[in-house]
Design a protein around this ligand. Structure first.
Ligand code: NOJ
Length: 718
């Protein structure tokens, strides 16, 4: 008999049910009277708190150790607690937001950042993170796009899987690693109109084609937990959606890890309108495979009764408890219930040189140079620099979901530029406040600073807590004050480079038309200012590409690169506009900057593309070689992107679909041949039932950037 069996054998039904519940650490810290304080909200007493299985949000190692010690003293079975927290893009050292990091198109980098975050978190008493988020997103009005990998499931899946590997390592009992939880299954990003928690109506074809693959890739990478989404998908909240939780997850994917609800999601089945009361909520959530209930008490209050009434079998409770105990065993908690937590060691490790260097590299590789009319890179010998805008001296650049990151530990633009240019004369004028609805700007001060500078860095963007959970917006433009500031500064000094800080794609058509250069840093994290300065002054070369399109206007959303034609395609690109076309009469149809876009200081010339065969048989593969030359004196990296188009099929296929990418570095004037293997599975697609099918016929292969391909070829699927 293994350890878990023998533990389970000794446990009472009530004890097993408590393994399936998660409460905040406050129930341990603020114990007061059982009838008061946080315990009251969960209807807990000192006696049953001792049975608890999992805890959310430990604040530091000392707090976690204290809670664990007390628990081990009082739990009759001495089963350690497992502590979980949202470690999304760093713990104390903050890396770029996931939307930005995905744009590095560098999975090794994402893995490395997750590995360092896991180490900081584990030292601080965290053993499980609620990441990666693998939600497919198309609508930047939704505030949580910042946590995602963007609008292409292949990229989200590859980057999410890399993060999962970084968090978990090869052996979870290794104290530097923590378990990963993929979320929010499924289609959380499809909330109607970009409104948080809103219903998602997604066809089977769409679900399987776009929404499900990235979760699956994270599961294949070995995540130990999964979290269903808050929203209802095709009519039923995910937590109790048997199609998602049973058919897809368990039957089709054979997922055998633990499932944890989102926060209060089980009790929220009542206002959601699918459970009469907590008892029904408990029954529905549990029977649909939700093992752990986060922060509500339906399981501890009603699962026992449901077993006694014969509505739930004790074997099913055993199975769920086993999954939780297995997680604890894999983490090695039975041997070391503290998993290496050590606050002193954590403090010494936080923001250490190694972590800061990684955060800087990640921010440099994640930034996207949206536009450059030749202004950038700036000369480091420049004499007078004006930093203008609300982000000029702001430390508020870590972004939402920054765990224990602190604003004051983020390097601001001003600090970054001053450090890089110690001899330059630097003027800083914020010009206006950072809030999204700010209307007042000090245009005079901004104009004066712009007039007397050789170059201006105009630091604009979205206030950091305008994106994140429950931060949906209908307006994706800059605040009125920032818009006025930009007009004034750009008119005063043509040598103005815009540096953009944001958690989501913004609608900036006017800025894009007027500014000679725009560098999008997103929310870059702890080393943002240093990374931006390095990029602007040519110490580093931009290599990031957008993973989510920037719209012309929020009213265009969703607007994304892998769109399909209608029978009356849009003719925006054509000189003559058709009267009855799928266009807008008052706005362009295509995004302002599309997925895959990003400039470099190097000049990458795509010289030749070759396919090794002209026919692709079933289960076969074709070699693809792309010859690229860096025709510049500047070394740099290029994300080589391979797209396909299936012009005629039984369902309407996208005009362009990314099927592979590689990030390749080039020395000055270096030429390289980049190789890909195109295999049959890249060309399958979903039919109306969501089944992946293969069809014969012509396939076009393109390289370059979406909507701007430089080389094309084609072959036949036979
Ligand atoms: C709610 C969020 O939706 C989820 O992503 C997060 O992991 C939990 N809260 C826990 O903080």
């Amino acid at each position: 008999m293994d350890r878990i069996d023998s533990i389970l054998e000794k446990m009472s039904l009530e004890e097993k049910i408590f393994q399936l519940t998660q409460y905040p650490i406050s129930v341990f810290i603020d114990t007061k009277d059982d009838l008061d304080g946080p315990r009251k909200a969960y209807q807990l007493s000192g006696k049953n708190i001792a049975l608890l299985g999992t805890v959310i949000n430990p604040n530091d190692a000392d707090e976690m150790i204290k809670a664990q010690e007390e628990h081990l003293r009082t739990d009759p079975n001495h089963i350690p607690l497992v502590f979980m927290r949202d470690v999304i893009h760093g713990y104390r050292t903050i890396y770029p937001i996931p939307l930005a990091l995905a744009g590095s198109f560098n999975p090794e980098l994402a893995e490395e950042c997750a590995k360092m975050a896991a180490k900081e978190a584990a030292l601080s008493g965290v053993q499980v993170t609620f990441a990666p988020m693998a939600d497919y997103v198309r609508d930047p009005r939704w505030g949580r796009v910042l946590e995602s990998g963007g609008e292409e499931p292949l990229v989200t899946g590859i980057m999410g899987a890399a993060q999962a590997r970084g968090f978990q390592g090869d052996d979870l009992s290794d104290k530097d690693h923590i378990a990963a939880c993929v979320k929010h299954f499924a289609a959380y990003g499809a909330g109607e109109a970009g409104r948080e928690y809103n219903l998602a109506e997604v066809s089977l074809r769409e679900l399987y084609e776009h929404y499900l693959p990235a979760y699956k890739m994270c599961i294949d990478a070995g995540v130990k937990l999964l979290m269903p989404s808050f929203n209802s998908v095709n009519g039923v909240p995910s937590t109790v959606n048997s199609f998602l939780m049973k058919k897809v997850l368990k039957e089709e994917w054979n997922y055998d890890g633990a499932v944890i609800s989102d926060m209060y999601a089980v009790s929220e089945l009542i206002p959601h309108g699918v459970a009469e009361d907590l008892k029904e909520a408990a029954e529905k959530a549990f029977t649909n495979g939700c093992d752990i209930e986060m922060c509500s008490s339906s399981y501890v209050l009603y699962l026992k009764e449901l077993v006694e009434e014969g509505r739930i079998s004790e074997e099913k409770i055993d199975e769920a408890a086993r999954r939780v105990l297995m997680l604890k065993e894999r983490l090695g908690l039975f041997e070391d219930p503290y998993h290496g937590a050590d606050q002193k060691a954590a403090e010494a490790f936080y923001l250490c040189d190694e972590n800061r260097a990684l955060a800087r590299r990640a921010a440099e590789e994640s930034a996207v140079l949206l536009k450059n009319d030749g202004l950038l890179p700036l000369s480091p010998d420049v004499k007078r620099v004006a930093l203008i805008g609300p982000f000029a001296d702001s430390h508020e650049i870590k972004g939402a979901w920054s765990c224990k990151g602190r604003d004051e530990e983020c390097v601001s633009m001003e600090e970054g530029v001053r450090k890089l240019l110690p001899d330059a004369e630097i003027t800083v004028v914020s010009g206006c406040g950072i809030a999204w609805n700010e209307t007042d700007a000090d245009l005079q001060a901004a104009e004066k600073a712009a007039n007397s500078a050789d170059v201006v860095l105009l630091c604009l963007g979205e206030e950091q807590f305008c994106s994140g959970e429950a931060k949906s917006r209908t307006d994706l433009s800059l605040s009125p004050a920032q818009t006025a500031l930009a007009r004034t500064v750009l008119a005063a000094n043509p040598n103005t480079a815009v540096v953009l800080f944001t958690g989501r794609p913004l609608a900036i058509p006017e800025l894009s038309a007027k500014a000679p250069a725009i560098l999008c840093m997103f929310f870059p994290g702890s080393e943002g200012g240093n990374a931006a300065a390095n990029l602007l002054f040519g110490i580093a070369n931009p290599s990031g590409k957008l993973t989510m399109s920037f719209p012309q206007s929020a009213a265009q959303c969703p607007v994304y690169y892998d769109r399909t034609n209608t029978g009356r395609p849009n003719w925006t690109d054509k000189a003559e506009r058709l009267r009855y076309a799928s266009d807008y009469i008052d706005c362009a149809t295509l995004p302002l900057y599309s997925f895959g876009h990003g400039l470099s200081y190097s000049n990458f010339v795509y010289e030749e593309m070759k396919l090794s065969a002209k026919e692709l048989p079933k289960s076969g593969s074709i070699g693809l070689s792309i010859k690229i030359k860096n025709e510049s004196d500047i070394s740099g990296s290029e994300v080589v992107q391979v797209y396909m188009k299936d012009p005629v099929a039984s369902v309407v296929r996208p005009l362009q679909k990314l099927i592979a990418f590689k990030k390749v570095s080039f020395k000055p004037h270096e030429e390289k041949t980049v190789l890909f293997e195109l295999n049959d599975s890249m060309f399958l697609f979903c039919d109306m039932e969501g089944k992946r099918i293969r069809e014969t016929g012509r396939i076009e292969i393109m390289t370059g950037e979406a909507d701007h391909f430089v080389l094309k070829d084609e072959f036949e699927m036979i």
